[in-house]
Design a protein around this ligand. Structure first.
Ligand code: HEM
Ligand SMILES: *[C@@H]1O[C@H](CO)[C@@H](O)[C@H](O)[C@H]1NC(C)=O
Ligand SMILES: *[C@@H]1O[C@H](CO)[C@@H](O)[C@H](O)[C@H]1NC(C)=O
Length: 641
């Protein structure tokens, strides 16, 4: 009897659950119908936590379904589809905006520039879905995870740190750390060429150390340079007075300073490289986990917080003593702007400083590291572009030693030509943030226009500004007759020259009008006056509008400076070690080499398409693409894919 009761109770619950799911789905479908947009129905929300954590288990089974039930819905159940399939799903459904309806949520995907521009400029109508960002509040609220008045406060606090003076510091730090990176890669001075098995990990350290230096005034020493005499001549002398006060005197080296159990470098990389585990629980829980990686990341979380706390105290002392004439760093500027030295103004708390310091590190390192990494890979597949890049860099640098490079003179020149084109094209083809999240509030549907027609974005929709817009042929036309070359559509091909096409210049790129100039952030126009300017809203690697990336110029300075340091001395090739040794390659005919090179290209393209995925940004996971660093003049694989 009891058994029967339980059974019928379970049946009731299931029935209720089934019915309410069905009701919700019906409701969502009718919302979708009244939007005027095409829609696809999926059984679960593509970005639901449960699905994100387990989709790779289900998808292989779903793919075995009979062809008659499979379709677009299944393709877009892969959370990474925007990168893997590009613009194709939009073409199939024949609209650059479409909805995906599940019982729990309506999602929208946008690959139309006009619509992107409306969403990014109407920030009150299309706020960021903050529930997706709370995981970033490890040390406190910050400008990435806030909206409205809070966001304004955080943005005002951080924006002044991104002015031209700081860009100069980014330039200096990048020269230093790229030189170190090359020393790591070349090993002995005499090498002619060397295979780098895991360049992605190295560029990650590179970006971390630069932001540590430019952001927080900590000059991290690379493990391979420990104990060696510092050679960064260009700063010595220049900032001599500042030198003694540099925070790094405490944070250098592999010996943890008193009070710490991890050195700064370790705390930083452990924390940021294993960040996903911190989303599972607070350090007090993680530190009791049976898994070592959890315990390590818990320790790193606490350690890095302690380091930041110490730097904050040090900077406070420096700022109140008026010692700010030399190096300008984000933290100092953060303190000065926060007014926490001034007791009368108490609205800003220390956790606001730490919270922002943390997200700047997080937002600033992986994106830039990946972009350098992928640029090297793409250039290795396209010798003609690499050669053009080297020629233009040579023209700017004129053979001068690195110590004589000046930011004001060099950056603008690099930004006006091929180096910027390579950066822009890498960010177009392999966009680090594949879906920029926006939303509509519950009960607040929003009207928008596309191609002269009105549509309604339903309330409580999770909107993704899709990186597929970067492959939309509407905005990225191929030269006539070259729509598909060697089986690769032009929109998917890395072809930096497309950015140098002067006849394709579109209307001037107008930046948004902030109601308050203090919110703007990066100084300097983001335009190279006479080069290709994409249609407003069609090129969004840094997002756009009010919530666009505050570190855009920071990243541009880093990347272009790194290109200059690397390509004045070296070339990159895909490593072919697997198929032929250097000696064998040497003896081969041009055709034989090309065959080998083609194998490396095929593998690279496959890995880039299938083995990259996002945790925060798009990254190659569980695989590496080895590349070969070659002294200029010694290249053996000069081909274009
Ligand atoms: C190639 C490098 C980079 C790319 C592709 C990139 C991309 C982006 C994107 C797409 C957004 C919008 C995110 C969203 O709406 O959820 C964003 C915001 C942001 N980025 Fe970057 N970023 C890069 C480098 C940097 C650097 C170097 C820093 C800091 C040093 C930085 C700091 C930030 C911050 C603080 C925001 C939030 C701004 C706000 O909401 O007001 N980024 N970035
Ligand atoms: C340059 O742009 C023009 C105008 O859009 C186009 O007709 C031409 O094919 C482009 N050339 C190249 C090499 O992309
Ligand atoms: C790179 O893209 C930006 C738009 O974000 C544009 O202003 C700039 O001119 C582009 N650079 C080149 C070399 O075309």
């Amino acid at each position: 009897m009891a058994y029967l009761l339980v059974l019928s109770a379970v049946a009731c619950v299931l029935l209720y659950y089934g019915l309410s799911t069905y009701q919700r789905l019906k409701h969502n479908i009718s919302c979708a119908k009244s939007s005027g947009l095409p829609y696809v129905v999926t059984p679960v929300h593509v970005f639901g936590m449960g699905w994100l954590a387990t989709y790779y288990l289900w998808i292989p089974f779903l793919k075995k379904l009979p062809a008659s039930v499979k379709g677009l819905w299944l393709e877009i159940m892969d959370p990474e589809w925007a990168h893997r399939l590009g613009h194709e799903p939009f073409e199939k459904i024949d609209s650059d905006v479409f909805l995906v309806v599940s019982p729990s949520k309506i999602a929208a995907f946008v690959a139309d520039a006009e619509v992107v521009a409306q969403i990014t400029t109407r920030r009150n109508d299309f706020p960021k879905p903050l529930e997706l960002y709370t995981r970033l509040d490890l040390y406190g609220k910050n400008l990435v995870s806030s909206e409205g008045a809070d966001w304004r406060m955080h943005r005002k606090l951080t924006a002044p740190s991104f002015g031209e003076r700081n860009n100069e510091l980014v330039f200096t730090e990048t020269l230093h750390h790229t030189t170190s990176l090359l020393r790591l890669w070349t090993g002995t001075e005499k090498m002619e060429s060397r295979t780098l098995n895991d360049p992605g990990t190295d560029t990650m350290s590179w970006a971390l150390y630069i932001i540590s230096g430019a952001g927080f005034d900590i000059r991290v020493t690379w493990p391979h340079e420990e104990g060696k005499h510092e050679e960064g001549k260009h700063e010595e002398g220049k900032h001599e007075a500042d030198k003694a006060d540099r925070a790094d005197s405490v944070f250098k080296g592999s010996q943890p300073p008193p009070g710490h159990t991890m050195n700064y470098r370790e705390a930083l990389s452990e924390l940021l490289h294993n960040i996903m585990w911190t989303f599972m629980g607070p350090p007090s829980v993680l530190s009791k986990s049976p898994f070592k990686v959890h315990r390590t990341v818990a320790k790193a979380l606490l350690e890095w917080g302690d380091y930041m706390e110490e730097i904050l105290q040090l900077k406070k002392t420096q700022v109140s003593a008026g010692q700010d004439a030399h190096g300008m760093d984000l933290f100092r500027a953060l303190i000065r702007n926060s007014g926490i030295l001034d007791a009368s103004q108490t609205s800003i708390q220390e956790s606001d400083l730490l919270g922002n310091a943390f997200v700047l590190m997080l937002a600033g390192h992986e994106t830039t590291a990946n972009t350098l990494h992928y640029s090297l890979i793409f250039l290795a597949m396209r010798w003609s572009s690499q050669k053009k890049l080297q020629d233009e860099i040579d023209e700017v640098i004129q053979g001068r030693p690195i110590e004589e490079w000046k930011y004001e003179e060099i950056f603008q020149k690099l930004f006006n030509g091929m180096p910027a084109a390579v950066m822009n094209e890498t960010l177009r083809v392999l966009t680090p943030v594949i879906n920029i999240p926006k939303s509509t509030a519950p009960g607040r549907p929003q009207q928008f226009t596309m191609d002269g027609q009105q549509y309604t974005m339903p309330g409580e929709t999770q909107i993704s500004l899709s990186c597929a817009i970067h492959k939309n042929p509407k905005y990225w036309p191929a030269p006539p007759g070259e729509e598909v070359v060697n089986g690769i559509p032009d929109t998917q091909r890395f072809r930096p020259e497309r950015w140098l096409n002067q006849s394709a210049t579109t209307e001037a790129f107008t930046d948004i009008a902030y109601d308050d100039e203090e919110l703007r952030g990066p100084s300097g126009e983001d335009t190279s006056s006479n080069l290709f300017r994409p249609v407003r809203g069609s090129y969004i690697p840094f997002s756009d509008g009010f919530r666009s990336c505050i570190g855009r110029r920071f990243a541009q300075v880093e990347l272009l400076t790194a290109f200059a340091v690397i390509f004045t001395q070296y070339s990159v090739e895909l490593a072919a070690d697997e198929w032929a040794s250097e000696e064998q390659l040497e003896k081969m005919s041009e055709n034989e080499r090309k065959e080998i090179w083609q194998k490396a290209v095929d593998r690279t393209l496959l890995l880039l398409r299938t083995k990259t995925s996002s945790i925060i940004t798009l990254q190659l996971r569980g695989h590496t693409i080895p590349i070969r660093l070659v002294k200029r003049g010694g290249e053996k694989l000069k081909f274009d894919y």
